[in-house]
Design a protein around this ligand. Structure first.
Ligand code: URA
Length: 238
């Protein structure tokens, strides 16, 4: 990778700014000042320093966001703000995308990454990674709704049955829903099938990954090493 790309990806500055830093002799590769922005570095072997600090390049980035309402889970939204728009500049250039979808009016856990392989395996229905949602509904939740969820629910539009899900009733109008797939509007449609309209929906977890309760709406943080290891296991990669 070119050193100027490396530095701008690391959030050191724009391509123009990092070229200037290189010209000014502020960048060292393996202990030597370099002066060409085109210089190639090997991210696994070369030691890059900027203003006397070593820069460790992360190839893959894993972020968890508490997605707010009103923002779409896409990389480009045309007329809407996207979850990627909420990220700092240094992440904008790293090809990060949301792993899975949440509706515009759904809040909660969103995994953002540039690790396509992991995202793909976590989302594959074959892996059966359980997603947990908290929902508020109009209409009174009943025990027979739990049975319907256990059997899986028929979606007429696509002529398919969902895999079995789980409904945990918290009160007349509140529940947790556990599903193993991610079909379009799945939670809302499963609840609609038992006559309940969702008025509020929040994703709380995805496999082993739990939404950090300290994250305010729209905030995000990097996953810890432990969290990354655990989701890789969820995705069958370790
Ligand atoms: N199910 C839904 O209906 N909406 C979401 O955003 C996620 C799951």
């Amino acid at each position: 990778m070119r050193i100027d790309k490396f530095l701008s990806n690391m959030g050191i500055g724009s391509r123009k700014e990092v070229k200037k830093y290189i010209k000014d002799g502020l960048v060292l590769v393996n202990g030597e000042v370099i002066n060409k922005p085109t210089k190639k570095v090997d991210i696994d072997k070369d030691k890059v320093e900027f203003q006397n600090e070593e820069l460790i390049y992360e190839e893959y980035i894993y972020l968890m966001m508490n997605k707010p309402q009103g923002v779409i889970s896409a990389t480009e939204g045309y007329s809407y703000q996207t979850v990627v728009d909420l990220l700092e500049d240094k992440y904008q250039k790293r090809d990060i995308f949301p792993a899975g979808r949440l509706d515009k009016d759904t809040e909660g856990l969103m995994l953002l990454t540039n690790d396509g392989r992991l995202a793909h395996s976590l989302l594959s229905p074959k892996r059966g990674v359980i997603k947990k949602y908290y929902a508020q509904v109009d209409g009174v939740l009943e025990e027979k709704d739990m049975e319907a969820f256990e059997k899986g629910i028929y979606f007429e539009e696509e002529d398919i049955h969902t895999l079995p899900g789980k409904l945990e009733i918290l009160s007349d109008h509140e529940c947790y829903v556990y599903i193993q797939e991610g079909k379009y509007h799945q939670v809302k449609r499963m609840l609609a099938h038992v006559g309940k309209e969702v008025t509020y929906l929040k994703r709380l977890s995805m496999g082993s990954l739990k939404l950090d309760e300290d994250l305010l709406e729209g905030e995000y943080r990097s996953l810890t090493e432990k969290e990354v290891e655990a989701i890789k296991k969820d995705g069958g990669q370790q």
